[in-house]
Design a protein around this ligand. Structure first.
Ligand SMILES: C[S@@+](CC[C@H](N)C(=O)[O-])C[C@H]1O[C@@H](n2cnc3c(N)ncnc32)[C@H](O)[C@@H]1O
Length: 374
């Protein structure tokens, strides 16, 4: 269970809360401060260290840079993991992530991080930073494993940044990867949002691409490789981008010689240095808001050969009114965090100068966009 200790909550903590908080941090503190454990007054020293810590905790309640302590409790009530978020120059920093010594290597720190990220996302916070001492191998490992990206490094510290939305999406798709193909089939069979028309879109994409006998294809959000594996089998050159390592692992089995980039759409651009005949977004671009979709599609222009195409298959409509009606019809299962492509939005944007845009409606729910590079 997650608890958020903000300034006010810290003022009113019970002695037991403070003791439990300190117990998580109380690991080799005497040695860290250079004391010999056989010193006769070691108990005095311990008391004084504890007092320093509790004084620090109290000081958080009046520190303008302090945002919150996040506390993860086990069902019995014991605190197993904690961290704090502080504000520096309007940026949010993760600090002091600790797990109780009896609960190491059981996934509590990662679980706490995810819950904290959901809370920060609800508060519209987009990214968090973190400094790690270069000698702290365990913490460095934790940061890399959890998708933090190195931003700066000096002889003492490494500064990391984590894009909150990307991390949460990656985790969602990692856990969905095994059942992803089954859920497409189910939604298709029922003929409902979101995957009604998935196969039709897939075959139309194959039809469009197979008019060329050879082609370089970039599949953005390749997932389990459903769309590009038949093309791979036909000998087309495939590069797949996806945030989710587990989705990529499944795709890799079907497309063993394809190139894979496990990163977000935007970050992957720095690692792609080719020009493609086709760039596909199948049920993937909707994870970006409309402004980011447009910016990404603009940036992708230089990754396309002359008259090459971007193909977008997705839940989509001609205009905003149709999208609103679709939303109302599927209100109970609608995903409010997805931004489905709307022809009207693309046409009215700068994309229209860069691409010849056409939209082919497949059914009530979905359709395909073709963007031809002008
Ligand atoms: C609904 S699945 C579609 C997968 C595949 N294109 C298909 O048609 O079956 C969306 C995929 O996009 C990936 N994805 C979502 N947001 C992403 C982002 N910002 N950068 C890279 N991949 C992303 C997800 O990990 C997931 O594998």
């Amino acid at each position: 269970m997650l608890e958020v200790w903000n300034n006010d909550k810290i003022k009113n903590l019970s002695p037991m809360d403070k003791d439990q908080w300190f117990d998580v941090l109380n690991q080799g503190l005497e040695e860290d401060r250079g004391y010999d454990l056989s010193t006769p007054n070691i108990e005095e020293i311990r008391k004084s260290i504890k007092k320093d810590y509790i004084d620090y905790l109290k000081s958080c309640s009046v520190d303008p840079d302090f945002y919150a302590y996040y506390i993860l409790r086990k069902s019995g009530g014991i605190i197993v993991s904690l961290l704090r978020i502080v504000l520096k120059n309007q940026a949010y920093y993760l600090e002091g992530l600790e797990t109780h010594r009896d609960y190491y290597r059981q996934g509590y720190a990662s679980s706490l991080l995810i819950q904290v990220l959901y809370d920060l996302k609800r508060k519209n916070i987009k990214e968090i930073y973190s400094f790690v001492r270069n000698h702290n191998e365990q913490s460095l490992k934790f940061h890399y494993k959890n998708g933090f990206v190195e931003k700066e490094k000096d002889p003492i510290n490494t500064k990391f940044v984590l894009n909150i939305e990307d991390k949460l999406r990656k985790d969602l798709f990692d856990s969905w990867s095994i059942n992803y193909n089954k859920s497409i089939i189910k939604s298709e069979e029922e003929g409902t949002y979101p995957f009604a028309g998935y196969s039709k879109i897939k075959y139309q994409i194959l039809d469009i691409i197979s008019k060329k006998t050879t082609a370089k294809i970039l599949d953005m959000g390749i997932g389990t490789g459903q769309i590009t594996s038949p093309l791979y089998d036909l000998g087309y050159e495939i590069t797949g981008v996806d945030l989710s390592e587990k989705m990529i692992n499944i795709a890799q089995k079907k497309l063993p010689k394809a190139i894979f980039v496990c990163d977000s759409f935007y970050n992957s651009l720095e690692r792609l240095n080719d020009q493609y005949d086709f760039i596909i977004f199948n049920y993937s671009i909707h994870h970006l808001d409309y402004e980011s979709q447009i910016n990404l599609l603009i940036r992708l222009n230089k990754y396309l050969k002359y008259q090459a195409k971007i193909l977008i298959g997705d839940v989509s409509t001609f205009n905003l009114v149709d999208m609103e009606n679709l939303h109302l019809k599927y209100e109970s299962i609608w995903d409010d965090e997805e931004y489905y492509p709307i022809n009207e939005i693309y046409i009215k944007s700068k994309l229209n100068e860069l691409y010849e845009i056409s939209y082919n409606k497949i059914n009530e729910v979905s359709g395909i966009f073709e963007f031809i590079k002008r």
